[in-house]
Write a protein that binds this ligand. Structure first.
Ligand code: ATP
Length: 359
């Protein structure tokens, strides 16, 4: 029998550096769980290129079935562009996001001293709509949102719905309420009067329910500029899919690059998926030098989110101690990785986090 207080968490390595940073993230999570007496049933599951070889599919049906029984999972980066061109080698991302209705992609950006950030005191979160917008691999029920009627013409369709806009806006308002109570809507309703217009309308409709949250709206191009000049003026930002994709990478660039860009995919409150913003970085895979911060912090966010949503105080405490241990390890130049001005590698950073946890 499953004990309700036991968290069931999947481990999906993904591809390339996923085989290095996911085990590192699980290792520190296991240690923190042990220290705080949090019961976790870890379930390693096949996915990606390895699963194609071992199970004949990059997203084996048994993986999908097992995910339906879990509280959450850690998903490593997927290197689908290098998959062989066979029908069994699909990109699992859109299926996972759709299947579990993970419509909000929460992407924090935070500066830390000494790691090469372009600004100090940055602490913002971009909440990116995850299931519609311009991304043609996920914005249609069937078929593709991108098509070419003649050799000369290509059309890309952006899908914006009231429901999709409202629910991501609500997730952002809720987050803003837990933080500095400031929410910025980012859009381009000056040009996309209907699409962005609908998105902003739905954001604005929710505002009266959150009188404690200060709101403002900023046109996307202005936001891109202000993000570079004054990132400290933002707290929570909500935006549509493609704007969020681009702006969160820009934000990562301010604080040390993609290794510093964690993410959490959430939906209606049932499950959470820890997924770093970066890709599978095949250029550095197998060298032991990948920065595990983004993946570790994504896992930590998931555990914190599950702790709150399941009323599991141990998990909340565990996530807080992971946060302290990870932050302290970032301050250790000998331990942290080269991309953030360190002299260490994946293993030394992981060891530092473990040491800090056990202090
Ligand atoms: P995708 O489109 O799948 O997100 P991408 O083309 O943006 O992928 P990434 O795989 O994210 O590319 O990586 C871009 C570069 O950033 C890599 O080549 C690598 O040098 C660097 N990088 C990404 N993640 C990390 C990491 N965790 N640690 C160190 N460097 C990283």
């Amino acid at each position: 029998m499953h004990n309700a207080s036991t968290l069931r968490i999947g481990i999906l390595d993904g591809d390339d550096i996923g085989h290095e940073i996911v085990p590192a993230s699980v290792e520190i999570s296991r240690a923190a769980a042990e220290l705080h007496g949090v019961a976790i049933d870890w379930r390693p599951l096949p996915i990606g290129r390895v699963a194609l070889d071992t199970h004949g599919h990059t997203l084996p049906p048994e993986t999908l079935e097992t995910l339906k029984t879990l509280d959450g999972w850690i998903l490593g980066p997927i290197g689908h562009r290098a998959y062989p061109k066979v029908p069994e080698a699909i990109n699992p991302h859109p299926i996972l996001r759709k299947q579990f209705n993970l419509f909000a992609n929460v992407r924090p950006t935070r500066s830390y001293p000494g790691i090469g950030c372009l600004h100090d005191n940055v602490d913002l979160v971009i909440v990116r709509e995850n299931n519609e917008g311009f991304q043609p691999d996920r914005n249609m029920f069937m078929g593709s949102g991108e098509f070419r009627p003649t050799d000369e013409v290509t059309l890309s369709v952006r899908v914006i719905t009231r429901t999709g806009s409202r629910r991501v806006a609500r997730a952002a308002f809720e987050l803003a309420r837990q933080r500095r109570k400031h929410l910025t809507y980012v859009h381009k309703d000056t040009v996309f009067k209907l699409g962005c217009g609908m998105f902003v309308e739905e954001c604005k409709k929710l505002a009266p329910e959150y009188p404690d949250v200060l709101v403002d709206d900023v046109i996307v191009d202005t936001f891109a500029m202000r993000l570079v000049r004054d990132p400290q003026t933002f707290d929570v930002v909500v935006t549509t899919n493609m704007f969020g994709d681009i702006l969160s990478d820009e934000a990562a660039g301010l604080v040390g690059g993609l290794g510093m860009a964690p993410g959490l995919c959430i939906g209606d409150g049932d499950v959470a998926m820890a997924q770093a913003t970066h890709g599978s970085a095949p250029d550095i895979a197998g060298k032991g030098i990948a920065n595990p911060y983004a993946m570790m912090e994504s896992a930590r966010m998931m555990l914190d989110w599950l702790g709150h949503s399941r009323g599991n105080e141990g998990a909340v405490r565990m996530a807080a101690s992971m946060s302290r241990a990870i932050t302290e390890a970032l301050g250790d130049a000998a331990a942290r990785t080269g991309d953030i001005r360190g002299k260490g590698n994946t293993a030394t950073f992981t060891a530092a986090v473990l040491r800090n946890l056990r202090k």
